[in-house]
Design a binder for this molecule. Sequence first.
Ligand code: SOE
Length: 364
Amino acid sequence: MTRRTLRIALLGQGFMGRAHSNAFLQVEHFFDVPFDLELRVLCGRDPERLARMAATWGWQETATDWRRVVERPDIDLVDVALPNALHAEAAIAAARAGKIVLCEKPLALNAAESARMAEAARGVPTMVWFNYRRVPAVAFAHRLIEQGRLGRIYHYRAVYLQQWAMREDLPATWKLTRKQAGSGVVADLASHLIDLALWLNGPIREVAAMTHTFAVGRDVEDAGLFLARFENGSLGSFEATRFATGCRNRNAFEIHGSRGMLAFNLEDMNRLRFLDASDPEDVQGARDLLVTGPGHPYAEHFWKPGHIVGYEHTFIAALADFLVALSRGERFRPDFEDGHRVQVVLDAVERSAASGQWVRIPAG
Ligand code: SOE
């Protein structure tokens, strides 16, 4: 049977551009991918760096005008890894040109924008790169929850802690500029926490938030904390900060239910701690599971049991799941609708922080 070729245009030459390039290159090494992928065009603003990056990651061509690229008839899939402020315009243009559209998180600057994006992309397959859903240990946590191993959920606690913005003299790159990023740590890191929470624990009903900027004169918030009530009756607490001395990329959650407890920390990403409350009390304690197989999510695709995976595998697995869903004509999650639901919660967090009031989340 002849396989369809997907000709890819990647918009973006930063950190995520590299992570996505690696996924496009590696996915067929680990998964039985139903398409041939052609890395056709890499698009960005800096021609010199672009040429080097294209040579490193195997892109056939480079371009500096994304508007032309998304219209090109020899492109099937457009991947948007530009600063947040450009997501909507680029993704909507690509969707209107009939392309398959992938987009970095957060999907947009705000929920009004993400609603327009989801609407424009209704007729085309989409994906948002919330890659942490595809950490094998996180996918396994999802499986255990679905199996009822935690019972009724009481508490959902999540933190995303970084420290890179503590230097006050940092240049105002796009992530530190409200107009370009939408918000600071809330858009960048709380978006990951919310996506995981919605996936693992269901819809959020209301939030009460506070945000704070430690760096004098900085345009975006450095820290954002909020409480949440979930539709399932559980209580959530969330903390995202770029001022967490000692933490470079700690994305962690703990979930307590009537039948058990789960704890995950990206800094030790191959492990999931699981306590089964039905164990006899005298031997009850969290099991430190090494989620690398046998029988764990993605285990048969990566290395042998006990041989750990890394950050890059989360992008590879997300892309693989997307391509399989695409070949079967099935809906992939998280798609633009899911990205929009995250954005609705982000908006509520911002409104609550500004007003000092609880804010209800409109039902999706
Ligand atoms: C920010 O430092 C960042 O690169 C985020 O933008 C990513 O989404 C996160 O996964 C790692 O940290």
